[in-house]
Write a protein that binds this ligand. Structure first.
Ligand code: DX5
Ligand code: ZN
Length: 226
């Protein structure tokens, strides 16, 4: 089984919002993507940041933005993030009645398209849709808040997805999000994830760039076939 090179994506949800540009620059050289959690207080109870912040950040860094929309009505809002220069825009399966149509909109707006699967959602109904997507984000917590405890049972979905990607020869990133840290990333990598979001484990560390490098080396060593 071959897995693409490891991506580490720090989540700015755990950063100091009063110094966002600095916090982004702190991980710029070490990380691959910048993960941006957009929450609307409807799809999830929490409320975070939206398009104006993404637009402002776009001007201060060249890092690819991995936008994770935890919002209702993604068809209305998601293309705006692609227009703002996001590299990848991920929306939730639970929030969309036509995920394939929205994936097409995102790709034609110049972004990669991502599908997110929350804690209580099985993956099987979505496997046939994956050729329309570039990224599959499998939550390893219930979406809504940073700093929660990783749920190892959810890695079964990662294993299912990895088997499906390998047998179908799909070009798809398998990303995990929630509770990813030095003590959990290896099991996620061994299950077949190749992109790793980490909020608390990066921005809660004294040296965020060093935390990213450590996570990357743990994931690389644990990847199938490494
Ligand atoms: C939560 C967000 C996550 C969050 C992860 O719903 O999707 O990206 O920032 O935070 P940690 O890494 O602290 O679990
Ligand atoms: Zn996220």
């Amino acid at each position: 089984m071959t897995v693409p090179p490891t991506i580490v994506a720090p989540s700015i949800l755990a950063a100091d919002f009063s110094r966002l540009a600095e916090e982004v620059r702190a991980v710029e050289d070490a990380a691959d993507w910048l993960h941006v959690d957009v929450m609307d207080n409807h799809f999830v109870p929490n409320l975070t940041i939206g398009l104006p912040v993404v637009q402002s950040l776009r001007a201060v860094t060249a890092m690819p933005f991995d936008v994770h929309l935890m919002i209702e009505d993604p068809r209305r809002w998601a293309p705006g993030y692609a227009d703002a220069g996001a590299y990848n825009v991920t929306f939730h399966a639970e929030a969309s009645d036509d995920p394939v149509a929205l994936a097409k909109d995102l790709r034609s707006a110049g972004a990669k398209a991502g599908l997110a699967i929350d804690r209580d959602t099985p993956i099987e109904p979505y496997l046939d849709l994956l050729p329309s997507f570039d990224t599959l984000l499998i939550m390893t917590i219930k979406a809504g808040f940073g700093g929660q405890r990783f749920i190892p049972q959810l890695l079964d979905k990662v294993r299912t997805a990895r088997r499906h990607v390998s047998t179908g020869h799909l070009e798809l990133r398998i990303e995990v999000d929630g509770g990813i840290a030095a003590d959990t990333i290896e099991q996620a990598a061994a299950a077949g994830a190749d992109a790793f979001v980490a909020g608390t484990a990066v921005y809660g560390a004294a040296d965020p760039a060093e935390a990213v490098r450590r996570l990357r080396s743990l994931a690389e060593r644990a990847a199938p076939g490494a």
